[in-house]
Write a protein that binds this ligand. Structure first.
Ligand SMILES: [Zn+2]
Ligand SMILES: [Zn+2]
Length: 259
């Protein structure tokens, strides 16, 4: 399990490739000095879950250990173990969207964590979240359960993780209620399946809309700035600048998709 000091203002484009191991927490030195002594960088760890190798992401404050679990799609035993290895204390669960690989384990993890609140996604995901059990049966993930968040998110809302603000951008297209969470002070975003390194979200699922997805990426993600680093729902981290320059979907060519 890689543990990332967030890149703060010193994010290097193209840097920060995840090498996923679920076993160890390798503490790295705090490189987020640019964020200021009063705001040490949050840490993040990526836990690949489900047959889709979805990047369930743990984010926490290195001092208080308080944090959030983003997109616990399944393999809840593994997520729970990594939470324990990191020593973090989840205060909430955050969902970027309602697909099985991102949300299928949320109801169970909420129970195991003593009922912590679930925040997100946008309410347009309600049909997908209501159908998680059926989604799970279709993909052999038989423990998946329907879930209703404690808080739906809308454009401009703020999600607090360990006391840090993450701004909500509603980015429909991959799914109607996908949200992206942006932490501006540390130039960092959680983008779910909206944008990937070298690709964008699939839009051939029910409710998919290719033009809406491209519009959201062009009008909401690219303007964040080239230095923004992001963790996506599948595959390695990237930066907005790297994708703006090299992502074939943003240049009009074809490429590969993640589910
Ligand atoms: Zn998805
Ligand atoms: Zn996914």
């Amino acid at each position: 399990m890689p543990v990332w000091p967030f890149p703060a203002n010193s994010a290097k484009e193209g840097g920060g490739r995840a090498t996923c191991s679920k076993r160890t927490v390798s503490e790295m030195s705090d490189t987020s000095k640019a964020a200021g002594a009063a705001d040490k960088g949050l840490r993040a760890a990526i836990v690949p879950v489900t047959p889709f190798q979805q990047n369930c992401t743990l984010i926490w404050d290195p001092d208080t250990l308080v944090g959030a679990v983003v997109d616990p799609g399944g393999d809840v035993d593994i997520i729970e173990r990594v939470i324990g290895e990191a020593g973090m204390k989840p205060e909430k669960i955050v969902l970027t969207h309602g697909h099985i690989d991102h949300a299928g384990g949320a109801a169970e993890l909420k129970e195991r964590l003593g009922g912590v609140p679930i925040e997100g996604p946008h309410e347009a995901e309600r049909p997908l979240l209501d159908a998680l059990k059926e989604q799970g049966q279709a993909y052999g993930m038989l423990t998946a359960r329907a879930v209703t968040p404690d808080r739906w998110l809308a454009e401009g809302d703020t999600v607090s993780i360990a006391g840090r603000p993450f701004e909500v951008l509603h980015c429909p297209g991959h799914s109607p209620g996908s949200v992206v969470l942006v932490n501006r002070p540390q130039h960092f975003a959680l983008v779910g399946d909206v944008l990937f390194q070298g690709s964008i979200g699939r839009t051939d699922f029910p409710y998919g809309d290719h033009e809406a997805l491209l519009h959201a990426i062009r009008t909401k993600l690219l303007p964040l700035g080239d230095e923004f680093a992001f963790i996506c729902g599948h595959g390695p981290m990237s930066t907005i600048g790297h994708e703006r320059r090299t992502n074939p979907f943003l240049a009009g060519d074809a490429g590969s998709f993640y589910a």
